[in-house]
Ligand binder design. Structure first.
Ligand code: FPP
Ligand code: MG
Length: 335
């Protein structure tokens, strides 16, 4: 089974999709694809077959998303917690991923035609080297595609991602690229593995579990969360439509909460910049209070210098991450 499933929706699906599309549509949907093993048990299948059918369902879901004009999808494919499963199951999942990313490389022309950019979010160092290398090739091959985006969270948990982002900022301070006072909520977001994506509008978890299980905790504070009882390999176009209707029913309040949060964040940043300026003038001033215009000019200068510093730091971070993938690709060229 390939990643790209060609084919149109049937008539009734097409009509329903067109009706749905008259309302606000999510631009980014995240899935916790849960219930593969229960599905296998229910159908008397091997556990690995449950995961394989889970992958097939992912390919089918991507096709539905394409027809629903949803340009970005993020999936929880392998949690760091999943390493605690039996060796046999972990090895099976690694082998499945290896096969599927190899297949993805064989399908590079179709991915180019559809403009699909595939990203893998997580700590690849935790994976076997051959899988790291194949993943890096897939990421590098598709990194300039920009019509739709598939983010595969692999060796991922949200707490690990946030901790890593904090470490990256500490590295930036250590390197003298940023100041400790530049650390902010917005900067932390930029240091997450997900920095290239807008936050998901809709997060769907299947199998009836009503937990986030350490998935996109930072990114989903203003997302519509939908928990559905269907097991992932049995997920249907109609289940997806139902989740989108939930999003549409909650769209206004979600937008309002996001707008409020944006305003609060801007205000917090301004307060932080003002505090930095106050501290600087206290150290540098001659004791006389500066007039309002001078204070405003100093603030503008400070904001411009902070923004330039942060941009340089983010460039350095991007370079570090791109090099990680490129180095893995050149290692394979040598072997
Ligand atoms: C959760 O079901 C599913 C997983 C841990 C694996 C998900 C992986 C896939 C769908 C394949 C994707 C592969 C690639 C390469 C993207 P579960 O195992 O927790 O089942 P259960 O909840 O019934 O126990
Ligand atoms: Mg599960």
């Amino acid at each position: 089974m390939s990643w790209i499933k060609e084919g149109e929706l049937n008539l009734i699906e097409r009509i329903s999709a067109n009706i749905l599309k008259t309302g606000p549509m999510p631009k980014h949907v995240a899935f916790i694809m849960d219930g593969n093993r229960r599905f296998a048990r229910k159908k008397n299948l091997e556990r690995q077959e449950g995961h394989m059918q889970g992958f097939n369902k992912l390919a089918e879901t991507l096709r539905w998303c394409k027809h629903l004009n949803i340009p970005e999808v993020t999936v929880y494919a392998f949690s760091i917690e999943n390493f605690k499963r039996t060796k046999e199951e972990v090895d099976g999942l690694m082998e499945l991923a290896k096969q599927k990313f190899e297949r993805l490389l064989e399908e590079r022309e179709a991915l180019e035609k559809h403009g699909v950019c595939v990203r893998v979010l997580g700590d690849l160092n935790m994976l076997p080297l051959d899988l790291q290398q194949i993943i890096a090739k897939a990421v590098v091959t598709t990194r300039n595609h920009n019509k739709c985006f598939l983010n595969v969270c692999f060796a991922y948990t949200s707490r690990y991602e946030i901790t890593n982002a904090v470490r990256e900022m500490a590295w930036g301070v250590e390197q003298g690229l940023i100041k400790a006072s530049d650390v902010s909520e917005a900067l932390l977001s930029e240091c997450l593995y997900s920095n290239n994506s807008p936050n998901p509008d809709l997060l769907i978890r299947t199998s009836g579990e009503v937990r986030l299980s350490d998935f996109l905790l930072w990114q989903t504070s203003h997302s519509c969360l939908v928990f559905q009882s269907v097991l992932w390999p049995e997920y249907s176009f109609w289940n997806l439509c139902e989740a989108i209707i939930q999003y549409q029913l909650n769209h206004k309040s979600i937008q309002k909460a996001r707008e409020l949060h944006r305003e609060e964040q801007a205000l917090e940043q301004l307060e932080a910049d003002r505090a930095c300026i106050a501290e600087l003038t206290q150290h540098q001033g001659n004791g006389k209070p500066a007039d309002a215009q001078k204070r405003q000019e100093a603030l503008q200068r400070y904001i411009a210098s902070r923004e330039a510093r942060v941009q340089d730091f983010l460039q350095a971070l991007k370079h570090k991450r791109n090099s990680f993938f490129s180095d893995l690709c050149s290692e394979t060229a040598l072997t």
